[in-house]
Design a protein around this ligand. Structure first.
Ligand SMILES: *Cc1c(COP(=O)(O)O)cnc(C)c1O
Length: 393
């Protein structure tokens, strides 16, 4: 990987030491231009006319995204963010009293809030599966909980609050063997590591544009496996998802675009498609190798710093590095780093209650690396962290 070139084609690299890639990563100039050029075209010739003119490039989003995750183009829906993509799948499922939703303890807040809402409405039960000794979902414990009541297996591949990578494919084997639908929140993994829907065996997968894919904000997508989800009618329909075929009848689209809605961010689709193509061209194996190496290098540096407690779990760790300081004051540290143009974020207990409460963590500092970060930036981050701690002491 040519890091100098990667940085040259990423305008933000000249401005910030960006270690908030799990929040929103820096796009390349090509991705930025794909979006901006379309916004300009809309302003010049009209939004509908611009969409007509860019039709072929907009359509190319579907095969590009399908290729990225080993899907078919008709299994991809463009949706404005990962949460809504996930919700379109989850809320389209039917639950009855006693039905069980099997999930992981590191599950993302928005997903868990949705389980709580649906459990309250329908009488379904939420079953958080215990973690194994390394903090990932215990696949045997999951298998032990499979019975007639299991209606959905739904987990986060990589949680928002740490370096953990859940064994998504092992979970998929359990789901396939049991014939239980499997919904995977792949928001932090798509773009960071190879993700193949057949190797994983999921029925639905949700992802966002702005995180490891380096796409624009306000973009995301849903994958819906054709063989297992074609019978599902989306929780919301409009005149894009369905056609009003007679005064009292409508017909729902057959492909995954039935989960979309009519109005969308065309500039964002074009930007996301550019970002997806770039990730594919670089190669997800190469991206994953670099991100893991940088993540490991950052953990090594932090492990040597007195008063830093690393908080990442998992047998496999990704580019999301989290830690706590013995003196706390994480938010003040984050703000002090921002003044030095170093971007990190804070994950609080509100992002993943079961995990954070279970470990007695109020919040952690999250420094998430991407391919364009350098070891020099990691050094400067650790130095600045220490300077900020001294200044606040
Ligand atoms: C960020 C995140 C989401 C939400 O993604 P949006 O695009 O903001 O909706 C969902 N799940 C996980 C694990 C995340 O980290």
């Amino acid at each position: 990987m040519d890091i100098t070139r990667l940085r040259d084609e990423t305008p933000g690299c000249a401005v910030v030491n960006h270690l908030n890639n799990a929040g929103s990563s820096l796009p390349t100039r090509r991705t930025l231009d794909a979006t901006l050029d379309h916004l300009r075209l809309e302003a010049e010739i009209g939004g509908y006319e611009a969409a007509d003119q860019a039709h072929e490039r907009i359509e190319a989003f579907y095969p590009s995204t399908a290729r990225l995750i080993g899907a078919r183009p008709d299994e991809i829906a463009f949706i404005e963010n990962a949460t809504r993509a996930w919700g379109m799948a989850f809320y389209s499922l039917d639950f009855a009293p006693g039905d069980r939703i099997l999930t992981c303890r590191s599950e993302y807040s928005s997903n868990y809030i949705s389980y709580l809402q649906v459990a309250r409405r329908t009488g379904a039960e939420i079953v958080p599966v215990p973690d194994d000794a390394q903090g990932q979902i215990d696949v045997q414990a999951l298998a032990d909980r499979i019975d007639k009541r299991a209606k959905l297996i739904s987990i986060s591949h990589v949680p928002t609050q740490g370096g953990l990578v859940n064994p998504a494919a092992e979970v998929g084997k359990v789901a396939r063997a049991a014939g239980v639908p499997y919904l995977l929140d792949a928001c932090q993994s798509v773009g960071q590591m190879p993700v193949d829907v057949d190797a994983i065996g999921c029925d639905f997968l949700s992802a966002t544009g702005r995180k490891y894919l380096r796409g624009p904000r306000g973009t995301g997508f849903l994958y819906a496996r054709r063989e297992t989800t074609a019978h599902l009618e989306p929780v919301f329909l409009d005149n894009h998802a369905a056609r009003w075929t007679g005064a009292t009848v409508y017909e729902v689209r057959a492909d995954a675009r039935r989960f979309e809605n009519w109005e969308r961010y065309y500039g964002g689709i074009l930007g996301l498609a550019a970002a997806v193509d770039q990730a594919t061209a670089l190669g997800l194996d190469a991206i994953w190798g670099r991100v893991q190496a940088l993540g490991g290098a950052l953990r090594e540096r932090l492990a040597r710093v007195p008063g830093v407690v690393l908080t990442d779990l998992g047998a496999v760790k990704c580019g999301i590095v989290t830690f706590a300081l013995k003196e706390g004051r994480h938010e003040a540290i984050r703000a002090a780093l921002r003044e030095r143009s170093i971007n990190v974020s804070i994950s609080t207990k509100f992002s993943s209650r079961l995990d954070m409460d279970g470990r007695g963590l109020e919040d952690v500092i999250r420094a998430s690396v991407h391919i364009y970060n350098t070891e020099d930036e990691l050094d400067r981050f650790v130095d600045a962290l220490q300077a900020a701690r001294r200044a606040l002491a």
